[in-house]
Design a binder for this molecule. Structure first.
Ligand code: SF4
Length: 115
């Protein structure tokens, strides 16, 4: 799923853009998460709970669906987090999915709590 996810969400011009440019694009756009930001930070399921993680991933996609800057938002989070795991939904994906994307880029990302 990660490959398709990466292809779908990080296609376009966001990958590798400077953080400042990504911030400018994200902050200058209307964003669904600004209305109820707490929804984007629901408690994340344990790594051993595959079904709960699937549900959380579906929720993440639904929350960010239609956001005009989802690719920029995801790329910005990936660059800001570096190898560290983040928290919450960003760009339609959960933190463990972002870690998978980073691994896909060849980054050395710890497996702590991941699957
Ligand atoms: S992609 Fe999601 S988290 Fe990012 S700005 Fe859009 S709604 Fe907010």
């Amino acid at each position: 799923m990660t490959t398709n996810l990466t292809d779908a969400l990080l296609s376009g011009a966001a990958i590798g853009q400077p953080v400042r440019e990504l911030e400018r694009r994200v902050l200058s756009s209307p964003r669904p998460c600004t209305a109820r930001p707490e929804d984007w930070f629901a408690e994340e399921p344990d790594a051993r709970s595959g079904r709960a993680r699937e549900i959380y991933e579906a929720l993440a996609r639904a929350l960010c669906r239609g956001c005009p800057v989802a690719s920029e938002c995801l790329e910005l989070a990936i660059q800001r987090e570096g190898a560290r795991p983040g928290f919450g939904v960003v760009g339609g994906v959960a933190s463990w999915q972002r870690q998978d994307i980073k691994r896909g880029r060849g980054w050395s990302v710890p497996r702590r709590g991941g699957r």
